[in-house]
Ligand binder design. Structure first.
Ligand code: SAH
Length: 335
C-alpha cells in the first residue's frame, strides 16, 4: 500500500476530490500528520467516516525504525532500517543558527566517486518520498529537537531520484506540512547537468551545492565518473545559467585531499574557473574512510588564501562528527 507521506498537499487534494470530499480536508489531514503528528487515521477526529474509511483502505501510515543512535558533542547520527530491511543514515548537526539534518536520498549510490564511502555500495533503489519525510519525523520525535535546516547530503545522489526529492521538498516546505523554510533546504549534486536545468524550471528558492572537487577535466575524470558524461565546462556553463535564471548564489564544494587536488596550481585553476560566478566555495577537509589511499590535505590554509586573493568567497566547512563516522562521505548503508 502506498504511504500517505508520499503525497504532497496537491496530490492529497486530488485524492480527496476523487472520493467526493471537499478540498479543505487535505489541509486537515496535513495538520494531523505534520503538526499534530498522529499515527492513525482513526485519530483524525475532525474527519468524517467516509474519509477515514477510504484512507484506511488506500493508504498506510508507514514507519522507519531507528536501529542505532550515536551521540557526539556536535552531532547525533541515526541508523534507520527501512521496511525492506535496507539501512540508511541521517545526521543532526548543531549550529549556532539552528539544527540541521543531513538526510539520505537513496540506498547506496551509483555515482562511484572514488573518495566516498557511501558509493562503495551500488545503488539498490531510490528512497521514496515517505522514507525521506520519515527521517525528519523520526529524528524530531526521538530527540525532541526541532529541525530547522535540511541538507540532502547523506547517502545517495538526490538528482538521481529527482521526482521523489521534489515532492519531499514540497512537503517539508509546505506551511501546512513540516514548514521548513525553502532557503533552509540545500540540495547537493555531483553534477547531473539535465537535472540542474530541471531545477531551474521548478522555480523554487532552494539552495544548490555542486560537488566540484577538481578544477579540470583530467583530474575530475579520475575522481568522479560523472564528469565523463557531463564534463566540467558543461557543468560550469549550466551553473551559470542556474545563477542567472534563479538569482541564487550557488555553493561549490571542494574536498581537499593530500597531494591530489590541493596544489597551488589547482587553487589558481579553480579561481579562474569560477571567477565572476555568484558563489561560495566550501572547502572540506577530507574525512578519512575505510580506504586509506586518500589523506587529508596539509595545504588547506594556502589553498584558501589563494582563493581569497582571487576574490572568491571561500569558507572552510566546520567539521562534524568524524569521530563517529558521521561526516561527509562517511555515511554508509550498512552498520
Ligand atoms: N551525491 C551528492 C550528495 C552527497 S553530499 C553529491 O555528490 O553532492 C556529500 C558530500 O560529501 C559531497 O560533496 C561529497 O563529495 C563529499 N564527500 C564524499 N566523501 C568525502 C570524504 N571522504 N570527506 C569529505 N567529504 C566527502
Amino acid at each position: 500500500m502506498q504511504s500517505i507521506y508520499n503525497l504532497t498537499r496537491n496530490k492529497l487534494q486530488e485524492y480527496i476530490l476523487s472520493i467526493n470530499e471537499k478540498k479543505y480536508r487535505s489541509e486537515q489531514i496535513f495538520d494531523w500528520l505534520y503538526k499534530k503528528r498522529v499515527r492513525s487515521f482513526n485519530d483524525m477526529s475532525n474527519l468524517n467516516i467516509n474519509i477515514i474509511d477510504n484512507l484506511n483502505k488506500d493508504y498506510a501510515i508507514d514507519d522507519i525504525k531507528i536501529v542505532k543512535k550515536e551521540i557526539a558533542n556536535d552531532v547525533i547520527k541515526y541508523l534507520f532500517e527501512l521496511e525492506d530491511k535496507n539501512k540508511i543514515e541521517a545526521v543532526i548537526m548543531f549550529h549556532n543558527y539552528g539544527n540541521s539534518l543531513c538526510i539520505s536520498t537513496q540506498v547506496g549510490c551509483n555515482m562511484g566517486c572514488v573518495f566516498c564511502e557511501s558509493g562503495k555500495r551500488k545503488k539498490d533503489r531510490n528512497l521514496t518520498t515517505s522514507e525521506m519525510v520519515l527521517q525528519i519525523l523520526k529524528v524530531e520525535q526521538d530527540s525532541n529537537i526541532r529541525i530547522s535546516h535540511v541538507v540532502l547530503m547523506g547517502i545517495g545522489e538526490p538528482f538521481d531520484n529527482f521526482d521523489n526529492v521534489m515532492d519531499f521538498i514540497n512537503i517539508i516546505n509546505d506551511q501546512k506540512g513540516i514548514e521548513i523554510g525553502i532557503r533552509h533546504i540545500t540540495i547537493s549534486t555531483c553534477g547531473i547537468v539535465p537535472k540542474i536545468k530541471d531545477l531551474i524550471n521548478e522555480n523554487i528558492q532552494v539552495n544548490l551545492a555542486i560537488s566540484l572537487h577538481a578544477p579540470n577535466n583530467k583530474l575530475r575524470n579520475e575522481l568522479m565518473p560523472i564528469n565523463k558524461i557531463y564534463d566540467i565546462d558543461l557543468l560550469i556553463k549550466t551553473v551559470k545559467e542556474y545563477v542567472d535564471e534563479t538569482n541564487r548564489k550557488v555553493t561549490f564544494e571542494y574536498i581537499l585531499i593530500d597531494n591530489l587536488n590541493d596544489s597551488i596550481e589547482n587553487a589558481l585553476e579553480l579561481s579562474k574557473l569560477i571567477k565572476g560566478i555568484n558563489c561560495y566555495v566550501n572547502l572540506i577537509p577530507y574525512n578519512e574512510t575505510s580506504d586509506d589511499k586518500y589523506k587529508r590535505s596539509k595545504n588547506i590554509d594556502k589553498f584558501m588564501n589563494i582563493l581569497k586573493q582571487n576574490k572568491i568567497n571561500v569558507r572552510l566547512r566546520r567539521e562534524f562528527g568524524s569521530n563517529i563516522s558521521a561526516a561527509c562521505g562517511q555515511l554508509r548503508s550498512t552498520n
